[in-house]
Ligand binder design. Structure first.
Ligand SMILES: Cc1cc2nc3c(=O)[nH]c(=O)nc-3n(C[C@H](O)[C@H](O)[C@H](O)COP(=O)(O)OP(=O)(O)OC[C@H]3O[C@@H](n4cnc5c(N)ncnc54)[C@H](O)[C@@H]3O)c2cc1C
Length: 391
């Protein structure tokens, strides 16, 4: 590695950067909802933006349930509402017998969408607004200034760098921000073809964690067990038979129900996937925030990732993109906008952690199970202190 380069994934790299570098005002790394919405807003405000995405939106993604709050956010961005199944509510077996929450919102229904199609559409909307979208392009190194080394392709240079790489927060962590992890949640996830996936989400607790299943497109269901990483390893929950054996009765009935070809599982060529789902806050030091060196910021899950039980990840990502874009524009204008941006995220993080304790306290049937004990104590499995900042 050349002196001054911060390598991002250890496995990659390849070419020494040539002298051909393209300049932008802003480089956004990651075209999930947060990165695409940030790039879209910046491009619309007249900034020269490059939006880098390592995938070509070819692999299945989790996060298909969109709350009604997404509707006004998408309208404001000028992105067409998703084609998907309307979501009218969730059947919940959390804390005892069934309860149903019906969605009553001034913004209409929520949606179950194919997240690949949804993310792809947002990225293309950013491109239509003027951002330069480069899919199939991974940022593999950064040097302060900012120059980004890409694979494949020539480097790019930008005055402001935005980390929108999701829960991995690849850029921020390389820039020495501290990742405060609040748990070690993982989601053991499978996609199942279903002739009639229904129009509801199903939530059910078990001693090892909780199950969620929902439509993920017109002809398939997604089903996932949310549990702690060590339980997943110890109980081998990533194996189809074990995963199935730990299903709650309602989940098992749904996955075996009419129109659901449970017998043919695993349906997708990838089978089950264990996806990180831990909560974290990317914390920055005071000197870093004081504006020494070139400015950067994190947005969406990279800045603050929350428990999927909240069902708010995509909406938070779209909202945080607005704050991020405003902050970037202020930085480009030479104003010191980072401390206020980070303080607002600290505040949001504290409120989220309080809410998380309330969610988990509503289930008291498994008081001796390690998964539930950890949450009821309100402490992180990793021992990290729960909250930076104050409410
Ligand atoms: C199991 C699970 C279930 C969930 N369910 C829901 C749900 O039902 N509803 C909901 O609203 N939210 C849900 N969420 C949360 C939601 O998916 C996230 O909050 C949301 O995707 C965050 O968007 P983001 O843009 O910040 O990050 P991401 O969506 O993670 O996007 C990050 C992007 O960065 C790209 N990238 C990473 N590294 C690089 C690199 N070096 N170079 C270039 N590109 C890179 C990735 O390919 C990716 O496209 C769920 C999360 C999990 C883990």
């Amino acid at each position: 590695m050349a002196p001054g380069w911060l390598s991002i994934p250890k496995r990659l790299n390849t070419q020494w950067p040539s002298t051909s570098v393209t300049d932008y005002d802003v480089a956004v790394v990651g075209a999930g909802p947060a990165g695409s919405a940030t790039a879209l807003r910046l491009a619309r405000a007249g900034a020269r933006v490059v939006l880098l995405e390592r995938s070509r939106f070819e692999h299945p993604r989790v996060g298909e349930s969109l709350s009604p709050d997404v509707n006004p956010l998408l309208r404001e961005l000028g992105v067409p509402l998703p084609e998907g199944t309307p979501s009218y509510g969730v059947r919940s077996f959390w804390g005892g017998a069934a309860s149903s929450s019906t969605v009553f919102s001034p913004y209409g229904t929520g949606w179950y969408v194919d997240r690949v199609a949804f993310d792809d559409r947002l990225a293309r909307s950013a491109a239509a607004a003027g951002a330069v979208l480069r899919t199939g392009t991974t940022c593999v190194g950064i040097s302060p200034g900012w120059t980004l080394r890409l694979s494949p392709g020539e480097p790019v240079r930008a005055r402001v760098l935005v980390d929108a790489t999701g829960r991995a927060a690849r850029i921020g962590r390389r820039l020495d921000a501290e990742r405060l992890a609040f748990d070690r949640l993982v989601a053991v996830t499978g996609f199942l073809p279903a002739a009639d996936p229904g129009g509801f989400g199903l939530l059910e607790t078990v001693p090892e964690g909780w199950w969620y299943s929902a439509p993920a497109g017109a002809d398939r269901l997604v089903a996932m067990l949310l549990t702690d990483a060590e339980l997943c390893r110890g109980l081998r929950l990533g194996e189809v038979d074990r995963w199935r054996a730990h299903q709650g009765p309602e989940t098992a009935a749904r996955l075996r129900g009419p129109g659901s070809p449970h017998a043919t599982f695993p349906p997708h060529s990838e089978g089950l996937r264990v996806v990180p789902a831990s909560s974290h806050r990317l914390h920055r030091s005071a000197p870093d925030l004081a504006g020494q060196g070139a400015p950067w910021l994190a947005v969406g899950d990279a800045a603050l990732a929350v428990d999927p039980i909240t069902g708010t990840g995509v909406v938070r990502a779209l909202r945080s993109a607005q704050a991020a874009a405003e902050t970037v524009l202020a930085l480009l204008a030479g104003r010191d906008a980072l401390p206020a941006y980070e303080a607002a995220l600290d505040h949001e993080c504290t409120a989220y952690l309080r809410r998380r304790v309330e969610y988990y306290a509503a289930e008291d049937r498994w008081p001796t199970a390690p998964f539930w004990q950890r949450r009821l104590r309100g402490l992180s499995a990793s021992g990290a202190s729960p909250a930076p900042g104050t409410d």
